[in-house]
Structures are given as C-alpha cells and as structure tokens.
Design a protein around this ligand. Structure first.
Ligand SMILES: [Zn+2]
Length: 104
C-alpha cells in the first residue's frame, strides 16, 4: 500500500492530503502541489469497492455467527468504519483523465 502521487508533477500526497482527496464527494480532486485536476483510476475505484464489500461481508458473517449483543455489534461497526477510513487514502491512484469503469 502506498499513498497516491500526482501524474503531472510526481508530488507524493501526504496521508492528510490523500484522506481529503479520497473523502471528496466529487469524481475528481486537485493536486495539492500543481492544482491539476485528477481523476481516480478505474483500477483503484474497483479495488476500493472490493475492499469495502469484502470488509462488509466479513463483518456480516462474523457478527451473525457470533450472535453478539447489539452494543458489541455497534462497536464492531465503528471498528469496521475506522478500518475502511484508514484504508481509503491508500486505496486511490489518480490520472489526469477520467477512466471508463467499463472496458469493452
Ligand atoms: Zn501535481
């Protein structure tokens, strides 16, 4: 796992910059160094979605198998969200153009 770099100026994002870029609701972000518009690569979008889905699946299976009280389940959900938020900055790589998610 490594933090994203800008394809234009090779600026390596800090954890804080990568976190800010990954949590934006827009489909693009700007390089903190050269202000180039950057789009997440299709590969990194797919990878992040898979990690999110896998974490969810693991937690659903584990929580339902253990038959835990609701308080513990809520705590586990908070841990799950913290894990995902910690992963997010490392999950994205950026391009200067927008990738198509579907390659035919
Ligand atoms: Zn840059």
């Amino acid at each position: 796992m490594k933090l994203p770099t800008c394809p234009n100026c090779q600026h390596s994002f800090t954890w804080k910059e990568a976190c800010r870029a990954a949590t934006k609701t827009k489909r693009f972000t700007y390089c903190p160094n050269c202000q180039t518009t950057l789009y997440p690569t299709a590969n990194s979008l797919t990878k992040s979605a898979l990690v999110f889905a896998l974490l969810q699946l693991i937690f659903l299976v584990v929580l339902s198998a253990l038959n835990l009280p609701i308080g513990i389940a809520v705590l586990a959900l908070a841990i799950y969200l913290a894990l995902f938020l910690a992963y997010m900055p490392y999950g994205y790589q950026y391009n200067e153009y927008e990738d198509s998610l579907f390659k035919l």
